[in-house]
Ligand binder design. Structure first.
Ligand code: NAD
Length: 248
């Protein structure tokens, strides 16, 4: 049986991804730092194990990899999904707010991937890093979040280029807006309306629609795909101006 280690798996996109891999017969190590939500999410799931850890704390990352290997023996896919959002103007983004975003969204992916690399070499495994459309297009209020996600896309390419010779593939996924706890904390009614205006499919995405692409990228069906970024965004990245005018 193959094993996927998914960070931020207690809810939202990470939990939907855990369900997708389990449905395909994988074992899943569900990593999160929110203990009550993690325990609730993993309860009753066969072939899944909760791994309590914070991806931004090096010691906890090392222990999480050891725990995953002692429970399942292998890591065939690492899905770096844990993320935090904090929207604010440049002048209000204090250094602690900036660091809070960077330490999970960027440092966390660096640390998790570095610690998992020996296991991924052994399995010739796959990495999928979750970035965002905010890493593809700049917008207001996203100085920390958008910058962290743009860096994730570059980090993915670094990983793909360097680890390719070990048979490890690395790709990133940029979700468009999905109604998770993370998004609803920062998407005001005005932001929700603006997304509808800017998205050709004229709606938010579902967690399962993101999970499907993550699962594909970790499967043998994507065996020659590496160093790529795939936007799962209802067409957001493809558009320029004019959609609302066209609709009305
Ligand atoms: P969510 O808040 O529902 O879930 C995120 C999970 O990550 C939570 O369970 C949280 O406890 C965990 N987490 C956060 N920091 C952590 C840390 N340091 N260590 C371990 N666990 C940690 O969010 P979501 O919307 O499902 O987001 C998942 C990913 O998708 C994030 O990287 C996010 O930036 C990205 N994303 C989301 C959207 C969206 O609209 N929801 C859009 C683009 C990208």
């Amino acid at each position: 049986m193959k094993t996927a280690l998914i960070t931020g798996a207690a809810r939202g996109i990470g939990l939907a991804t855990a369900h997708r891999f389990l449905a395909d017969g994988w074992q899943v190590a569900m990593l999160d730092r929110d203990e009550p939500e993690l325990m609730q999410a993993a309860k009753g799931l066969e072939n899944a194990a909760p791994i309590l850890a914070d991806v931004s704390i090096p010691d906890q990352v090392t222990t999480a990899i050891t725990d995953t290997l002692s429970r399942f023996g292998t890591i065939d896919a690492l899905i770096n999904n844990a993320g935090v959002a904090d929207f604010g103007p440049i002048e209000d983004t204090t250094f602690p707010r900036w660091r809070r975003v960077m330490e999970t969204n960027l440092d966390g992916i660096f640390l998790m991937t570095q610690a998992a690399t020996p296991a991924l070499k052994a399995s010739r495994g796959a990495i999928v890093n979750i970035a965002s459309i905010s890493g593809l297009r700049a917008s207001t209020l996203r100085v920390a979040y958008g910058t962290s996600k743009a860096a994730v896309i570059q980090l993915t390419q670094q990983q793909a280029v360097e680890l390719g010779e070990y048979g490890i593939r690395a790709n990133s996924v940029c979700p468009g807006p999905v109604r998770t706890k993370l998004a609803m904390a920062v998407h005001s009614p005005a932001i929700i309306a603006a997304y509808h205006d800017a998205i050709p499919l004229n709606r938010y995405g579902a967690e399962s629609e993101i999970a499907e692409v993550i699962h594909f990228l970790c499967s043998p069906r994507a065996s020659y795909v590496t160093g790529q970024n795939i936007a799962v965004d209802g067409g957001f990245e493809a558009t320029g101006i004019g959609l609302p005018a066209l609709r009305s």
